[in-house]
Design a binder for this molecule. Sequence first.
Ligand code: NAD
Length: 357
Amino acid sequence: ELNEKRLLVTGGAGFIGANFVHYWLSRHPGGRLVVLDALTYAGNRASLDAAEDRPEFRFVQGDIRDQALVEKLLREEGIDTLVHFAAESHVDRSITGPDAFVDTNVVGTHSLLKAARAVWLPDNEAPLPQHRFHHVSTDEVYGTLGANDPAFTETTPYAPNSPYSASKAASDHLVRAYHHTYGLDTTISNCSNNYGPYQFPEKLIPLCILNLLEGKPLPIYGDGKNIRDWLHVEDHCRGIELILAGGRAGETYNIGGNSERSNLEVVEALCTLMDELRPTAAPHARQITFVKDRPGHDRRYAIDARKLEGELGYAPTRSFEAGLRETVDWYLASASWWQPILSGEYREWVGRQYGGS
Ligand code: NAD
């Protein structure tokens, strides 16, 4: 049945969206998959190269806030499943420029909800069956944990601490409200930190891999002891697929990797891998540089994914160590993907952010 689904994937040229497109097309041929992406600095059409010649695939450059365009696509393409990845996604950018986060994450998500309601729940007609709005969100909406606190569950109260997480929290609430108020068939997933291919090199793991290659400092905030749960992006996609197949309308599901690591542990693991794969005279760990902490930096996130495991049989398939090695291999083999990014705006931003690089 998933093979017949007609998907609109917002943000499909971003990191997780592009991985989802490839994952979905490899497993569900024969349906339809339309990507809607504004191609902001974080969107990269080249991440979709492998999908371009698939007959199921279509790319539309456009903004999720363009409600008329979204309604047109939903009708014209007979879309029955909207998977919403599009967002401003980088916490550091939300600190220096929060407006874009409210515009895209809050107003943009609301615009998509209005479009889905207009097309899927027309006045005085029964809702279209088997139509689903899946909203992709983050564990950061739950705030921060102490070292011994239990992991976040789906009933943990929201306590966002950054403009990014606050804007995602607001969008989650709007999705929930459109289910309870208008009867839109919605699901939400709140996921931990993703890593894997096609991740924009402003994020910790690709930033460090590329800086390791270039012999540049590896910037670590504060004492490096902030803890995140890490999940390979393909396991995130698998979790979303399970929710699309069997998730209950109106429900939220946490997706996690059972892999809590401090930032310093992650960067040290990368250094060890690079010592093996690209040995240099001195160990790569010498490049580790502690920088001033991020304001409002959450100390620890941890995900309790037992609801998704119990209801839908979810389990991450890769260990963090195996996934990290695969990811390093991918970046080493994919210079043609990341080389064009390491110029212009990105280079200036990294310089401003961490100094000197
Ligand atoms: P990303 O920044 O790599 O990609 C975002 C994509 O959205 C880009 O292709 C961009 O061009 C597009 N976009 C931005 N604004 C748009 C607009 N107004 N209209 C249309 N397209 C627009 O982000 P990502 O890391 O792939 O994250 C995807 C989603 O998953 C986000 O909603 C994010 O909050 C969520 N999430 C991310 C993580 C993570 O670790 N990266 C973890 C949990 C949840």
